[in-house]
Design a protein around this ligand. Structure first.
Ligand code: BGC
Length: 854
């Protein structure tokens, strides 16, 4: 372990131990007796009232049972709901491949929760990354079920030791954000067991998570909140889960079905699971009292497990401004950033050799700690790349900053329209239905399409919505058409975008001269969608249409821009770049363009490809730093730049960490938690990420071959493989040995890792298992263990990890169990999924069977 990890870990561990005494005060048998007695005291009405939330994020108190009002808060990258709090990276945490750090991050977020009286923290999120466009990848832990599960389990353990229940989400198949309330994932049993369930399974079996959140979407015909197979058979009976299953916010559609399908708590209110629905159902025998009792029993069991009935949840000894949390966030940013390209060892740059750095781009300042939506936590202070670099360099060098390209709002406002009658602007017609039928209920002229009602998503989530806007919760269907003319000053290439964040059923389409330019009518593919077109000089007919049904928690912002491709890059930025010793280009997304509630584009937002290309034409020393939850299309500029750092959303301390990495104070040790594709078409999920034509059904056709499993199966070369990341030093592997521990699939794998370079650094040793000649089609290799090891120059450490029967197994569908065929396997050890350094054959003399409960 890194010494700096230890430094901030020790106080966390001490606090955790102090808190632990509170946690297991009650022995299970005593607890059961106490719960039985409390159940007797509660009326049926009280029980039903308890299983539906109240006031957005609470469960009602039950004075007769001594149960206090229980408070929930988002999650996952900080305790969001009560003003500023520690904000850490999400996918950045997975990119650290450091479970010790993950535990401390969970612990610090848990401590923030205790300081704020929160009982349930709504995280971690472990949905598997299929496509870089998924708007919530930044909250999750990547494409590999093993990595994701181990990071999640450690985070949960850290958090729960603080007396706070973690809530692993979003169960299950919520692997995209477009149309998230309606999409139905069709996943076969084996794929579900091997790819999509294991991170949840690790959360339950290793992390002992107390709560699971059911997602919005459907899996195999049923919404998750009404999915008895997944909630009851797989989780509760199969994994012996005795905690709670809660709904995502407004993800319940039928109270009786949800009650019977194993969902325990409806959030944010009992809109469906309430007395009006359930009492008659109990009378007619559709729901039993025992079913309701089981839910209440689970709530009481969790409350007792964490001591909530015996002490105050608000711990006033914990400072709200949490210094250990700040350090955990910093360490996550340091260890999570991934150095992907470093031509001619341009990095690190030494302080003495640099007099000027041009720090350019939209993500340089202000800081962008996280993507958007419910995971967006406001820190007390966030260090932007500009702050970080300027502070780190001090007087030794100048940092010249420029945004480089216009903002979306500026692009929209620079797009000049005229109406058919020659007035500036566009004719707007608003209809009280979603398909423009009848006469408009309102008409007006908008000078530009840049329209925003007076609230933002942050205000809304913080409950600061002005009274008048609360009315829009009752919003009905609407459709709006803008029409007019756009005058192209010169013939040439134009960039076009539509920004329309909508968490719900909505669509938009833009046509120019009658031809569709952006069509997100049936499927809203991106919150901000974009395209390029060629226009002749002169006037062009523009029609933009948008519809929406119901309330939209992301607000009703609508922007449209049409701008010439030339001239996007500010000449001042180019001038700064031309005379700088080094250029750092901070590009990517932000909490508007990459957010919960929708997907994003694979291509960088408008102007950024141009920015990178035009800047790298005037300076050869360009390092691109990408802020995003996943890969972006780098094909238009990657060969022209010398350096590439994937910064993810680094949390509140990103600027400090980036500066330390650029200047060599920290040696990069982040590794990719998913494969980076050269082109989206190369991704194994490419043909099955969107619904089948004319349906909302997404058939998971890639089966178990997702991520690196798929690239290897299909023989496709990725841009950067899973597990990849560069260091300022080099590592050598040797002396692999395998020790059989029990004759039944347990092995100890040991090997040496040596730092052969001149700097201290950390290596992530990755251990994969490949099955040769299996009776079912299997991936060439699968990650089964990893270990992060810090080494001084010249130092060698022996690393040991354990493999168990599950390391060799696939899910045997007819047998409803895990199975490892007898025969040969290979244990592979290396830097990444594509850089294997050591390998050894293992033979299982007999087949192994493992029950789902194990
Ligand atoms: C999100 C959840 C979140 C909940 C409460 C939902 O929209 O999907 O992840 O925990 O809101 O904010």
């Amino acid at each position: 372990m890194n010494p700096s990890t230890l430094r901030f870990l020790i106080p966390t561990l001490l606090l955790a131990l102090a808190g632990a005494g509170l946690l297991h005060a009650q022995q299970p048998a005593d607890a059961d007796k106490r719960i039985d007695a409390l159940l007797q005291k509660m009326s049926l009405k009280e029980k039903i009232d308890l299983i539906g939330g109240v006031d957005g994020f609470y469960l009602r108190d039950v004075p007769s049972a001594g149960l206090p009002r229980l408070k929930m808060s988002d999650g996952p990258m900080g305790a969001r709901n009560d003003g500023p709090a520690t904000t850490t990276g999400g996918i950045a945490l997975a990119a650290t491949w450091n479970t010790v750090l993950a535990e401390s991050v969970g612990a610090e977020i848990g401590r923030d929760a205790r300081a704020r009286g929160t009982h349930f923290l709504l995280g971690p999120g472990v949905n598997i990354c299929l496509a870089p466009m998924n708007g919530r990848n930044f909250e999750y832990f990547g494409e590999d079920p093993f990595l994701s599960g181990r990071i999640a389990a450690a985070y949960i353990q850290g958090m729960q030791k603080q007396g706070v229940s973690a809530t692993v989400k979003h169960f299950l198949g919520n692997n995209s954000e477009y149309d998230r309330h309606n999409v139905e994932a069709e996943i076969d049993e084996r794929t579900m067991r091997e790819i999509y369930l294991p991170a949840f399974e690790a959360a339950v079996k290793i992390g002992h998570v107390a709560s699971i959140m059911d997602s919005y979407n459907l899996v195999n015909g049923y919404h998750l909140t009404q999915n008895p197979y997944l909630n009851k058979d797989v989780v509760k009976s199969g994994w012996n889960f005795d905690g709670l299953i809660i709904s995502d916010w407004s993800a319940t559609y039928d109270g009786v079905e949800a009650a019977n399908a194993g969902m325990d708590i409806e959030m944010p209110s009992g809109a469906y699971m309430n007395s009006k629905t359930l009492l008659p159902a109990i009378e007619t025998g559709k729901v039993t009292v025992a079913t309701i009792d089981d839910k209440v029993r689970r709530i009481l069991r969790v409350a007792m497990r964490f001591g909530w009935m015996d002490r105050a949840q608000t711990d006033l000894t914990i400072p709200a401004y949490n210094v250990a949390g700040k350090n955990a966030a910093l360490q996550t940013a340091r260890e999570g950033m991934v150095l992907l390209k470093n031509d001619s060892n341009l990095l690190p740059v030494s302080r003495g050799s640099i007099r000027s750095i041009a720090l350019l781009g939209p993500d340089a300042h202000p800081a962008i700690p996280s993507g958007g939506g419910s995971a967006s936590v406001k820190p007390f202070a966030a260090v932007s790349f500009l702050d970080g670099l300027t502070n780190a360099l001090g007087p030794s060098a100048n940092v010249y900053y420029h945004r480089g390209i216009p903002k979306w709002s500026q692009l929209a406002n620079s797009t000049a329209f005229t109406t058919a009658g020659g007035r500036p602007g566009l004719q707007v017609e608003v209809f009280g239905n979603k398909d423009f039928s009848g006469s408009p209920v309102a008409t007006r002229i908008d000078e530009h399409i840049n329209v925003r009602p007076p609230f933002t998503v942050t205000e809304l989530l913080a409950g600061e919505v002005p009274e008048v806007d609360k009315l829009s919760k009752e919003a009905h269907d609407s459709s709006t058409r803008w029409s007019g003319l756009y005058s192209a000053a010169a013939a040439g290439s134009y960039r076009v975008f539509v920004e329309s964040p909508t968490d719900g059923v909505a669509g938009f389409r833009l046509s120019i001269d009658g031809k569709p330019v952006i069509d997100d009518w049936k499927l809203r593919k991106a919150i901000i969608d974009q395209n390029s077109i060629e226009l002749s000089a002169g006037k062009h007919q523009v029609v933009f249409e948008r519809y929406q049904t119901g309330f939209n928690f992301l607000g009703d912002l609508v922007r449209v821009g049409i701008v010439p491709a030339t001239g996007l890059v500010d000449p001042a930025a180019k001038a700064l770049a031309a005379k700088a010793d080094l250029v750092v280009l901070a590009v990517g997304y932000d909490n508007d363009s990459e957010s919960e509630g929708g997907d994003r584009t694979f291509g960088l937002p408008i102007g950024q490809d141009e920015l990178i290309r035009e800047i790298s034409a005037v300076n050869k020393k360009v390092v691109v730093v990408v802020t995003s939850g996943g890969n972006v299309d780098s094909s238009k500029w990657l060969p022209q730049v010398s350096g590439l750092i994937q910064a993810w959303y680094p949390g509140q301390e990103g600027g400090t960490a980036l500066a330390e990495i650029l200047l060599g104070d920290v040696n990069p040790s982040g590794r990719l938690p998913f494969t980076f594709e050269k082109r989206w078409e190369d991704n194994p999920a490419h043909d099955s990420y969107y619904p089948e034509p004319g349906t909302r059904r997404v058939v998971y056709r890639s089966g178990v071959f997702v991520g690196y499993r798929g690239y290897e199966h299909n023989g496709t070369q990725p841009l950067f493989p899973f597990g990849y990341g560069l260091s300022y030093t080099a590592f050598k592997y040797g002396n692999l040995s395998l020790k059989q521990l029990d004759g039944a699939g347990k092995y100890e794998v040991s090997f040496d890792v040596t730092n052969t370079g001149k700097r201290e650094g950390a290596e992530v040793a990755q251990i994969y298992v490949g099955a040769n000649g299996a009776s079912v089609p299997r991936p060439a290799k699968e990650l089964k263990a990893f270990s992060k090891v810090t080494l001084r120059p010249g130092e060698t450490k022996r690393v040991s990890v354990e493999l168990d029967p599950r390391s060799f197994a696939y899910f045997d569908v007819p047998g409803k169990q895990w199975k490892a065929d007898a025969g040969d396997y290979e244990v592979l050890v290396g830097h990444s999924s594509a850089e294997i350094e050591l390998r050894r054959k293992v033979t299982l003399e007999r087949a192994l069977a493992i029950a789902v409960s194990e």
